[in-house]
Design a protein around this ligand. Structure first.
Ligand code: NAG
Ligand code: NAG
Ligand code: NAG
Length: 282
């Protein structure tokens, strides 16, 4: 008989938690340094508020916060960043609230009852970040590049440190519509003088975005200084040619007139050049 009661005493505390399991849920699958983050721990086959006693949240094996049973209030553990407790009107979840996420919080989390070693599965909480001030371009000698017209530019590689990795695009003259590359590498072949300008590398992920810029100067060759100077040169050429032709015709007429005028003068009749010309041309 003694043995029977002894067995009962042994089994009784176990039976109250038999079949209980815990499920830890992160409010978002990732977090960000400085942000707040929430977890909920759901007890399946259990009953609150009594059974909330001792439910703890653990980070990499250390207890961060345990729920106080008696009034189901929150107990801060390890500094003021962590608050855990019951959720009003909810008989199956307890919560952990973290204010001001730190790098240490990027860890494996679980929740449960330490006494019976009943815990949820481990959850990874990754910390995400945008490019911030991590952007660089290489070669990084300077952010200004000069290339000869007709030659190639690059490859210039734009890098950023992001989690998850950033999507990188290059565009020209701050016009995000004028995309010149959808990859981190900027490479231009047979550059023209019109390719000169500012090239912007933009890195973005769901946390944030940033840009870095480089300036490209094109060293133009004399023979084709772009279209405007070409047509200017053409205009000047045509102008000079027309002037020359008009001058030559003028000189010829002058010479002919002068000769005829002299001839007529010799013959006794003075004819003015204008009249002579009129007669000749009509
Ligand atoms: C939780 O309840 C206990 C007992 O009433 C109290 O002493 C303690 O201050 C409470 N803690 C918080 C964080 O409210
Ligand atoms: C957790 O913290 C956030 C932000 O401070 C707050 O809005 C929210 O009510 C808290 N959740 C609980 C269950 O206390
Ligand atoms: C973008 O990068 C610049 C240069 O590194 C940095 O000064 C700036 O703070 C960054 N902006 C953001 C929003 O991270």
């Amino acid at each position: 008989m003694d043995l029977f009661w002894f067995s009962c005493l042994l089994v009784w505390p176990m039976s109250t938690v038999r079949g209980q399991t815990f499920e830890l849920k992160a409010e978002t699958p990732y977090s960000v340094i400085g942000a707040s983050h929430g977890f909920t721990c759901k007890m399946v086959n259990g009953g609150f508020p009594g059974a909330a006693q001792g439910i703890r949240f653990m980070r990499n094996g250390d207890t961060i916060c345990s729920v106080n049973k008696r009034n189901c209030n929150a107990t801060d553990v390890k500094g003021g960043r962590f608050t855990c407790g019951c959720i009003k009107g909810d008989n199956s979840n307890v919560y952990l609230n973290i204010s001001g996420i730190e790098t240490d919080d990027e860890a494996k989390w679980k929740c449960g009852l330490g006494l019976y070693n009943l815990f949820s599965d481990l959850i990874d909480l990754p910390l995400y970040y945008g490019p911030g001030s991590s952007m660089t371009t290489s070669p990084a000698t300077s952010n200004s590049h000069t290339v000869n017209e007709g030659s190639s530019l690059g490859p210039i590689t734009c890098t950023s440190n992001c989690k998850p990795p950033c999507t990188i695009t290059w565009f020209k003259d701050s016009k995000s519509s004028a995309i010149v590359s959808n990859s981190p590498v900027l490479y231009l072949t047979d550059v023209k003088t019109r390719d000169k300008g500012t090239y912007v590398c933009q890195a973005a992920n769901l946390i944030g975005s940033n840009t870095t810029t480089i300036k490209i100067h094109i060293y133009g060759l004399m023979k084709s200084e772009g279209q405007t100077s070409l047509s200017f040169g053409l205009g000047v050429g045509v102008g000079i040619a027309i002037c020359a032709i008009v001058m030559i015709i003028g000189i010829c007429i002058g010479v002919i007139c002068h000769r005829r005028y002299k001839l007529r003068e010799k013959g006794g009749k003075a004819v003015i050049c204008q009249q002579y010309l009129k007669n000749r041309l009509m």
